[in-house]
Ligand binder design. Structure first.
Ligand SMILES: Cc1cc2nc3c(=O)[nH]c(=O)nc-3n(C[C@H](O)[C@H](O)[C@H](O)COP(=O)(O)OP(=O)(O)OC[C@H]3O[C@@H](n4cnc5c(N)ncnc54)[C@H](O)[C@@H]3O)c2cc1C
Ligand code: SF4
Ligand code: SF4
Length: 269
């Protein structure tokens, strides 16, 4: 059986592939400053990283962001919906909605809420762009990460594409942007985004705040129960403007906190 403390001994990202832990999010490529990683679309397996040994400095940055190697979520609590727990994990609330714009609704996968919310951020909140997935020109069966800045670009990528896609490979677009951005991805892609990468948490409990505060970034949490929309965007803007400092802070703090948490879990086993 796979044990987390076994995977912690990984020294190269291709070990995640060998252990079949990779789901092709592309975050490792983004994390490698030495350009040692190439993403290869292998038809029978999906998008997987390939490491050029001559360029790899064994810095471990790619391992630090990989959601296949390590992934955690908050412990279950009494506010989760009990009927959904077994199949879906700790779901707090389920909302239903769709885009009011008929064109978006028609083009979209399941009502267009994702596109409509992203468009609102682009047009009304001056976000720089939306990092998501589109079709590769000249190879329409393949996907590419796209950074959309206009309504037209956004709508061209609306709808779900049920084939390998690595939106995290282009996280540099968000890092280099002049203001906040939207990221649309599958749960594994979003998990990669949260590994050492500055994020703002929209919370419905004090426990969420506790998780952020345990690594010293409690100020990046929005309490959705009592914060108005203006303040939400202020907190996002503030976290965005401090993103380089926050990332450096997280890279220092998370490894020691994760080690402590793991040793506590190991004692409980
Ligand atoms: C691979 C995959 C599997 C899914 N499986 C299920 C499922 O089993 N059950 C379920 O209820 N829902 C599933 N979904 C979610 C569902 O298809 C819709 O994406 C979701 O409901 C949002 O609908 P929407 O109309 O708001 O999105 P839209 O407004 O149509 O926007 C969709 C967004 O997703 C992005 N996107 C498209 N393909 C991908 C991709 N492969 N990876 C990352 N981003 C992508 C697009 O760029 C676009 O921005 C899946 C989605 C994907 C991509
Ligand atoms: S260990 Fe460092 S240099 Fe090597 S592939 Fe990973 S991020 Fe790149
Ligand atoms: S970071 Fe993503 S693409 Fe890279 S090995 Fe991990 S899961 Fe695969």
């Amino acid at each position: 059986m796979l044990k987390m403390n076994g995977t912690n001994n990984f020294i190269r990202i291709d070990q995640a592939v060998a252990w079949r832990l990779c789901m092709g999010c592309g975050a490792c490529k983004y994390a490698c400053a030495n350009e040692a990683i190439t993403l290869i679309d292998i038809p029978e397996r999906g998008i997987r990283p390939n490491v050029d040994s001559s360029k790899c400095q064994r810095c471990g940055n790619c391992l630090g962001v990989c959601p296949g190697i390590e992934l955690s979520h908050q412990p279950f609590n009494s506010k989760t919906i009990p009927e959904l727990l077994a199949s879906w994990g700790p779901v707090l609330e389920v909302w239903e909605g769709y885009a009011a714009d008929p064109k978006i609704r028609f083009e979209a996968s399941s009502g267009g809420a994702a596109t409509a919310l992203a468009l609102f951020c682009l047009e009304k909140e001056n976000f720089s762009g939306v990092l998501h997935i589109g079709t590769k020109a000249k190879a329409p069966l393949q996907n590419v990460p796209v950074f959309s800045k206009t309504r037209e670009e956004l709508l061209a990528c609306t709808g779900s594409r049920y084939s390998p896609a690595a939106p995290c490979a282009k996280l540099n677009c968000i890092q280099e942007a002049k203001s906040s951005c939207v990221f649309i991805g599958k749960p594994c892609d979003v998990a990669a985004l949260s590994q050492h990468i500055p994020a703002v948490g929209i919370a419905y409990s004090k426990k969420f705040y506790g998780v952020f505060e345990s690594v010293g970034v409690g100020y990046c949490v929005v309490d959705a129960r009592n914060t108005d929309i203006k303040r939400v965007f202020e907190i996002i803007e503030s976290a965005y403007s401090q993103r380089v400092d926050i990332q450096m802070h997280l890279q220092k703090r998370i490894p020691s906190i994760a080690k402590t948490a793991l040793s506590i879990f190991n004692e409980l086993k």
